[in-house]
Structures are given as structure tokens and as C-alpha cells.
Design a protein around this ligand. Structure first.
Ligand code: ADP
Ligand code: MG
Length: 908
């Protein structure tokens, strides 16, 4: 009961508070400054542009024993750490909940508040834009508008650091699209045959985001801000002119004449393989680089090639590159993007843990001595440890060893910006003085709004953090005021935890006394539809109601949740981890890094002073790693190697990446690709490899499609059906909430489930759904199939069919639905499963005499996950497309196979 909890936890919290405040009072004085203010003036001098000067400048608007290696996990790749959520316990709940509108929102097509819909008049658009302009002007980045523009007029690369919410993602593209260099130009370039031909270059700005949801919602928001029309996705209205659009996997929404295009990292990479010179673009803005997904590391590597390479493919026109980050890990980045001759000591491939740029440290020292108002206001916001790990004072930091920059000798190559900038020869009227950097890289720092945030640790370690989270949230809710902003943002590891906590909180919500505010509990994770996510971003509309947002690390930096004053941090996040021994990747809930803990805490101090409750002890905190290992150093690099090859990088082992995977990992990936037939004996990309790289799919799925199209298999349509389900961004089959419901579902799903396992069940599901003519929604409800996921799967199916026709894997488009349902025969099912084995032979296990399954690679025990139709069954051998490591080693998306098929597939 809340009151009881209240009393008990009050005590815990009080002692925790003690510790919390002790930690801040015992910290050395110099540690009290927040990183948020050590660069108020940016790296460079502050320029004194008056508001008038800061306004828009002139310019027109605009390969042996063939021991097979581990394959890449078949999880839907969004390429970012810890954002894939496992299938939820609470999906049904979502669908039946009035407030979160999980499934219901599909009716709105996943779009959020598309006020600028097709019927919106120009005047309405202008009015909205004018209103939003006032809000934009209050953003911290607004004052940096001229500096940002000017930096890019003088340099091709800009590194921009700014706290979450300061306006980077929404404003930077708007500051730039009217710049004189952002124009479509006609140039002459030499084609492959050495003949000159006219091509157009430039005119569009690409902005990359690690997640689909960020790309689509940002596009909608920016469209409204510029007063432009952005048709609702799927509306078919593609002829309307507009300035802003987006392109994400299997969904592109680009109005005529667009200038700003929000894309996912994966989408830009695909474009880079098709057009190595990125001719469509004048600039590429790489957002959220601190997340360091494999894709963003590749993008950075390829952009660096374009920036420092031969520009003849672009008719000599430079490509402007803006790298944006919410954390101060730019030290290595600056050197990475500098003209190589200006940083002779620098070697790419070892950027990790170059957390601070030396000049930012300099700037911080400067700030620490001035003690201006801003510093004081944010002083307690500073983590007692934050400045020290940057090298200022490491006296009581346990993690000093993990920071090569702490010694400071090694930091030398990173001390660039102050020394090597040159003055511009001439001042251009209306623009403040700017600097041309010899390195070609400008750095700007945007100071965000940061208020005091009090950190409260648990006095003793918790044995059950979910319970502690629940108690803490109730404690805050019943004891903290709700004046102005007072919302709670709780960080958990994934959808399952979020839904479980939500159910518990809702239980208490119904028992609160009238004098306590109501609780509005909102989940926030990657696979929620945009509209449901939007609700979490906005202030609660109901009176006397506190918003409680339960989020994954998606809310750490990439989205802004308004109204938050209290952060509750479980201290963990799901991260993708490659386990070389198993030869596979899995998502593991692991302790976060200090950088993440600080980011999470910061979310409480955006709108006013806040509190951050850490569900771990201060000692635990001190033992956290300083920074997350970039994904490329902890994943199977098969995708990365394939993409590098597809971009013409012959010697992938020596390609300069920010952080290079170790040689063994790269060689394993090369071997794997060779076994899959993607690269030839002499290391060149084969036609199969080219096709695999061209699919907007993981390499393994691409390989399955190619194998399925071969005449002896001839099961391409079925393979497409399966892959469509696998790549939809939510699980097709939702989980039952109760025993009773489980029995109902078992009964109702009988017409879908096949004894061969999950792959053949997917084929059956897609084909039955496609044959359904009366009420697809009802059909889905009855079987607890996600309507939204199913719709997305059908869209992907159509696109993959089109793609296969264009690649000549398919002769013609198959006839449109509905087609009569015809169950796949056991013979064809075998052919299809054998086709999957081309990519997944290493993801197999055989039944041991004791009844457990042993993986063929590594001989580890693996159990069939409860979500599989084969759960609890004993088969001679199994193939699994996914793998999770929770309490146990689990196989997901499991199919029954024969042991000799594996031997045949492995060619041994
Ligand atoms: P940053 O990229 O620096 O984190 P953004 O440009 O994403 O900042 O956001 C700046 C501000 O714009 C946020 O503080 C928020 O108030 C507002 N904003 C951004 N996206 C949306 C949206 N989809 N809906 C409403 N407001 C938004
Ligand atoms: Mg942003």
C-alpha cells in the first residue's frame, strides 16, 4: 500500500539523501562545476553578433576445415545499443489500454499529430511556423546560429556538442538549408568510360538518426517549424511540394523539392553504396554520434573519405559534414576528421576513451576559475566525479586507469583547435568574424539549460531493483510536490520490464487517496508506435496529474521528455554483446557507463532543479566503466565488412575507422562472408555479395533470399513472407497475459501453428492473413497477432517483392491479395528450412541424450524460448534465427530440422 511504502522508503530515501548530499559536499571544490558550462563560449571566442547580425545571412533560400563461424544475429538491426526490446509481456495491455494506444494508434498510421495534413492550408502552415518560431528562439542553440553558419562557410567539417534539448536536431538543418553552399549545381564529371557527363550535385541536407522513430518525428516537427507540408506516410500524397521529408527502411516520405531529409543511419549507408559521392547532398549532418553504432562508425569512415578524398566525383564541390553529439567525447573525433597532414601523430582506429577534447578541458579550467553566474547555477548539477575523469582532478576516482587522457601526454594530438586556427582574410558583412581552421574542422559548443540535480544513491545494494524502482517511484509520487513540472522519468532495460512495472504502478494508481495527484503512466520504447511515444514527450493535459514515463535508454539522449524533475535510474541497459565463444550476439542487460548515468541524471534538470534517484550504491557508481565500448568493438563485424567491401574498400583490415575491430574479428567475418559466397577466393565482392549488400536487410537474410531464388529451391515468395515478419519492428505474435488467455490463444492460433516451428508458422500466418477478406483486425485480435506489426510486414513484403523483381530474382510481381490459402506442403517446408540453413547453419543445436539442446558451435546448452511454438518440445535438431541470454541461454524463432541437413549445409 502506498502509505506504508511511503513510510518505509522515506527512511531509505532519507539516508540515501544523506549520502547523496555528503557526496556533493565532500567533493573537491573544483569538482563542483558542471560540464555544461565549460564551454559557454564554445571553443572559439564568443562572437558578438547582435540579434540582427545573427539573422539569416544573404543567400538564396534552399576462408580449411571450413569451420563455420558465428553469424550475425537476426535481430532487427536498428544499429544502436540496447534499443531492441524483447517481446512484451504487456502488449495485450497496450492494445487494450486507453491511454497508451498501442495498437489503436495504427489507425493514425503511426504519425503523430500531423496537423500539417493534406488539407492544411498554407496560411495554417505559416501560422504554425510563426508560433513555433517564438519557441525556437528560446532554444539554447539559437544564439549560435551565426557561429554555426559561419563555421561551415569557412570549414567543411563542424563538430557540434550540445546537451539534449538544446535544439541540435531540429535547428541545425534549418540554419543550413538556406546557406549559399546549399544549392543544386550542374557540374561535369568523368564517367567510368572516361567521358565527361553533366550531373547535378547538392541542394539537399541529410540528417542521420540512430532510430526510425527519431527520423520520422523530427521530420514532422521540422516540417511544422518551417511551415512546410509533409504528407502522411502511406497517404499516396507525394506530389505536394515541401521542404522536409524522411526516408527510413521500408518507408519513405519525401515531398517534391525537399531540402532537408531525415534518414536512419542504415538508410544513408545504403545510399552511400549506391552513390559513393553522395551527389544529392550539400551536407550530411550526423546526429547522436556518441551512440557509436556500427553504422554510424561506417558512415563516419566513409564521410572522412569523401571530405579528404578526391572530389572530382562531385565536380569538385565539397560535402559539408556536421557531427553532433550530446556528450563531450569529441577529442578523438576532431583528430579523426582533421586533414591528416595537420595531425601527423594521430592514428585512427583507437578513438575510444578519448573522451575529452583537450581544448574543452582548457575551456573548462578557465570556467572553473571565473565562477560566473552560470557556473554557480549549475554547480550541484555537476557529478562529483564528472570533471575529474576528464583529467582535472582524479584524486578520488577509481577509474583513472581507464582514461588515457588522464596522463595528459597522450592527449596531446587532440589539442588542436586553439593552436591551428587561422583568421579569415575578410569580414563579410552581417556575419560575425569567423575562423578557417587548418585542420578543416570547426568545433562549436552549445550550452544547454542545466539546473541543479541532487543525486540520491541507495545506501545498500538492492537484491531486486524492479521492486526498488516501484517503491522509489511511489515514494516520489506521494511525497514530492507537483508544482509546475514534477514528472518522473524512470530508466529500465526493456519492454518486458517496462510493461511489468507499469502493471504494478497501475495497480497502486487505483488506490491513491484523493489528496495525492493522479498518476499517468506512459511507456516509452523503440517499438511503440510514434503516436504513443509522442504522448510521453508532452506534458500531461489532465489536471493534478503526474506523468510517469517508463523508458529504455531511448530517453537518455535522443528524445526530449518534457516536464521531468525526477529521474529514477536502474543503472542498467540492454546492450548488444558478441560472444565469440558462442559465435553469436545477444542482448544483455549490463551496468551502464558513467557517461550514461550522467546523461540520465541530466534529464531531471532541464526545466528546473531536480532529483536523480540511483537504484544502486555510490560505490557501485564508482565502479562503472567510464564510457560504453563502441558497438563495432563488441559485435560480429560481418555487416561492417560486407558494407566496406561493397563501397570498394579492398583492404578492409587497414581501412581507417574511428575504432578498428581486432584483426581476428575481421578475419572471421571475411571467412564467414567467403563461406556464404559473398566474397571470392581472391577477396573481391561476388555478385551474390553485391546483392546482399544492396538489400535493406541483414546480410544473413539477404543471403537467404538469393538462395531461395535458385531454381533447385524456388521458394522465394515464402522466404519473403518469413523475412517480412522478421523485419517488422514489433513482434508479430503478442504474448498472453494470463493462463486463461494463453489457453484461448493456443486454441485460436491452431490454424497458424506448424509442427516444423516458427519459420513455417510465419509463412502460414502471412498467407492466412493475406487470404483474409472480411475483418483483418478481428482476425488479428482473435489470435493475438499484432495488427501494426502485421501491416508493416505486408508493406515490407510488397517492397521486397518489388526489389526482387528489379534484381531479376523474381520474373513478375505475384498476383495481388487476397489469394486463396493453400498450406505449404511438408516437402516445400523442408526446402525453405534448408534455404535458411545457408545463412543459419551455425545457429543450430542438437538434442543431447539428457534431453537438452547443445549448440553445434561451442557446444553450449541452449533452451527453446517460451515464445516459440516449439517450446517444450524435443526434436532431433533445431535451427534458431535469434538468441537471447537472460537467466538462461535461449533460442528464439526456432525450427525443427534434421542433423544431416546441418552437415550438408556446412559442406563438411
Ligand atoms: P537536441 O537535438 O539538441 O536534443 P531537439 O532539436 O531535438 O534538441 O529539440 C529541441 C526542442 O524542440 C526540445 O526541447 C523540444 O521542446 C522541442 N521538440 C523537438 N521535437 C519535438 C516534437 N516532436 N514535438 C514537440 N516538441 C519537440
Ligand atoms: Mg537531438
Amino acid at each position: 500500500m502506498p502509505p506504508k511504502l511511503h513510510n518505509k522508503f522515506q527512511k531509505d530515501a532519507e539516508s540515501a539523501q544523506d549520502i547523496g548530499s555528503r557526496s556533493s559536499t565532500s567533493a573537491p571544490a573544483a569538482m563542483k562545476k558542471s560540464p555544461a558550462h565549460h564551454g559557454a563560449n564554445g571553443v572559439k571566442r564568443m562572437r558578438d553578433g547582435s540579434p540582427k547580425q545573427n539573422s539569416t545571412p544573404q543567400g538564396s533560400p534552399h576462408t580449411n576445415g571450413l569451420k563455420k563461424l558465428g553469424l550475425v544475429n537476426a535481430v532487427k538491426s536498428t544499429g544502436s545499443r540496447g534499443t531492441q526490446d524483447s517481446p512484451g509481456l504487456g502488449k495485450k495491455r497496450i492494445s487494450s489500454s486507453g491511454s497508451s494506444k498501442g495498437e489503436q494508434s495504427t489507425k493514425r498510421n503511426g504519425e503523430f499529430r500531423d496537423k500539417a495534413g493534406p488539407s492544411t492550408s498554407n496560411r495554417d502552415l505559416e501560422r504554425t511556423a510563426a508560433k513555433l518560431l517564438e519557441v525556437r528562439k528560446t532554444l539554447p542553440i539559437w544564439a549560435k546560429k551565426a557561429d554555426i553558419r559561419w563555421s561551415l562557410r569557412n570549414n567543411d567539417v563542424l563538430l557540434l556538442v550540445g546537451e539534449t534539448g538544446s535544439g541540435k536536431s531540429t535547428q541545425v538543418p534549418q540554419f543550413l538549408y538556406t546557406e549559399p553552399w546549399c544549392k543544386k549545381q550542374t557540374v561535369k564529371v568523368q564517367n567510368k568510360d572516361g567521358i565527361l557527363e553533366e550531373v547535378s550535385v547538392g541542394g539537399v541536407i541529410a540528417v542521420t538518426e540512430p532510430r526510425r522513430i527519431a527520423a520520422t518525428t523530427l521530420a514532422q516537427r521540422v516540417a511544422r517549424e518551417v511551415g512546410s507540408h509533409l504528407p502522411t506516410s502511406g497517404s499516396g500524397d507525394r506530389r505536394t511540394p515541401g521542404k522536409v521529408g524522411y526516408s527510413v527502411r521500408f518507408d519513405s516520405n519525401l515531398p517534391v523539392g525537399y531540402k532537408i531529409k531525415f534518414v536512419t543511419e542504415g538508410t544513408l549507408l545504403q545510399e552511400m553504396l549506391r552513390d559513393p559521392h553522395l551527389r544529392q547532398y550539400s551536407a550530411v549532418v550526423v546526429d547522436e554520434i556518441h551512440e557509436r553504432s556500427v553504422d554510424v562508425d561506417l558512415i563516419a569512415g566513409f564521410l572522412r573519405q569523401i571530405v579528404h578524398g578526391d572530389k572530382s566525383g562531385r565536380g569538385g564541390i565539397p560535402l559539408k559534414v556536421v557531427i553532433m553529439s550530446a556528450t563531450l567525447d569529441l577529442g578523438g573525433l576532431e583528430s579523426y576528421f582533421s586533414r591528416p597532414e595537420t595531425v601527423p601523430e594521430y592514428e585512427p582506429g583507437k578513438n575510444h576513451q578519448r573522451v575529452f577534447a583537450e581544448h574543452l578541458l582548457e575551456d573548462q579550467r578557465l570556467k572553473l576559475t571565473t565562477g560566473d553566474d552560470q557556473s554557480r547555477r549549475t554547480s550541484t548539477d555537476s557529478e562529483s566525479s564528472y570533471p575529474s575523469w576528464g583529467g582535472i582532478d582524479s584524486s578520488d576516482e577509481a577509474d583513472a586507469n581507464s582514461h588515457p587522457t588522464d596522463g595528459n601526454e597522450e592527449a596531446q594530438p587532440f589539442a588542436l583547435a586553439e593552436k591551428k586556427k587561422l583568421r579569415t582574410p575578410e569580414k563579410v558583412s552581417g556575419i560575425p568574424d569567423g575562423d578557417i581552421h587548418e585542420s578543416g574542422v570547426a568545433v562549436e559548443y552549445v550550452q544547454g539549460r542545466a539546473y541543479d540535480v541532487e543525486v540520491l544513491y541507495r545506501p545498500t545494494p538492492t537484491t531486486d531493483y524492479m521492486e526498488s524502482m516501484l517503491k522509489t517511484i511511489l515514494q516520489i509520487h506521494t511525497s514530492e510536490p507537483l508544482k509546475g513540472a514534477g514528472d518522473i522519468l524512470a530508466f529500465l532495460t526493456g519492454q518486458e520490464e517496462i510493461e511489468a512495472l507499469r502493471i504494478q504502478l497501475e495497480h497502486y494508481a487505483g488506490q491513491l487517496v484523493k489528496t495525492v495527484p493522479r498518476m499517468k503512466i506512459l511507456p516509452l520504447y523503440g517499438s511503440l508506435p510514434a503516436s504513443a511515444q509522442q504522448e510521453a514527450f508532452e506534458k500531461a493535459k489532465e489536471k493534478f496529474t503526474r506523468k510517469i514515463v517508463l523508458a529504455t535508454n531511448i530517453a537518455e539522449t535522443s528524445v526530449t521528455v518534457s516536464g521531468v524533475r525526477y529521474v529514477v535510474d536502474c543503472g542498467k541497459a540492454k546492450v548488444k554483446q558478441y560472444r565469440p565463444r558462442l559465435g553469436m550476439e545477444s542482448l544483455l542487460a549490463k551496468p551502464i557507463s558513467k557517461v550514461s548515468a550522467i546523461q540520465r541524471k541530466g534529464r531531471a534538470g532541464r526545466e528546473g532543479p531536480g532529483k536523480c534517484y540511483r537504484i544502486y550504491t555510490e560505490n557501485d557508481y564508482s565502479k562503472l566503466d567510464m564510457d560504453e565500448l563502441p558497438e563495432i568493438l563488441r559485435s560480429d563485424v560481418i555487416e561492417a565488412v560486407l558494407k566496406m567491401k561493397a563501397r570498394g574498400v579492398d583492404d578492409v583490415l587497414s581501412f581507417p575507422l574511428m575504432d578498428s575491430p581486432d584483426l581476428v574479428a575481421m578475419e572471421k567475418a571475411l571467412l564467414q562472408l567467403h563461406l556464404m559466397g559473398a566474397i571470392t577466393d581472391d577477396g573481391k565482392l561476388s555478385d551474390t555479395g553485391k546483392k546482399m549488400a544492396a538489400y535493406p536487410l541483414p546480410a544473413t537474410y539477404g543471403r537467404v533470399l538469393i538462395a531461395a531464388a535458385e531454381p533447385q529451391a524456388d521458394c522465394l515468395l515464402e522466404a519473403i513472407d518469413v523475412i517480412s515478419c522478421l523485419t517488422a519492428d514489433a513482434e508479430i505474435f503478442m504474448q498472453a497475459q494470463s493462463e486463461e488467455e494463453r489457453d484461448d490463444i493456443e486454441e485460436n492460433r491452431k490454424d497458424l501453428q506448424r509442427r516444423e516451428g516458427d519459420v513455417i508458422t510465419y509463412v502460414t500466418t502471412v498467407q492466412r492473413y493475406a487470404a483474409e477478406q472480411t475483418d483483418r483486425t478481428e482476425w488479428c485480435k482473435k489470435r493475438l497477432v499484432s495488427i501494426r506489426a502485421m501491416k508493416m510486414a505486408m508493406t515490407i513484403r510488397k517492397q521486397l517483392r518489388t526489389l526482387c523483381v528489379s534484381q531479376k530474382l523474381l520474373k513478375d510481381m505475384p498476383p495481388p491479395d487476397p489469394q486463396p490459402f493453400e498450406p505449404i506442403s511438408p516437402e516445400r517446408a523442408e526446402v525453405l528450412l534448408r534455404t535458411f540453413l545457408v545463412s543459419f547453419a551455425t545457429k543450430t543445436a542438437v538434442l543431447a541424450p539428457d534431453g537438452s539442446y547443445l549448440t553445434t558451435q561451442g557446444r553450449n546448452i541452449i533452451a527453446i524460448h517460451p515464445s516459440s511454438v516449439l517450446h517444450g518440445q524435443k526434436k532431433e535438431a533445431i535451427m534458431f534465427l535469434e538468441h537471447v541470454w537472460t537467466a538462461k541461454n535461449y533460442a528464439k524463432k526456432v525450427s525443427a530440422i534434421q542433423a544431416n541437413w546441418i552437415i550438408e549445409a556446412l559442406g563438411v
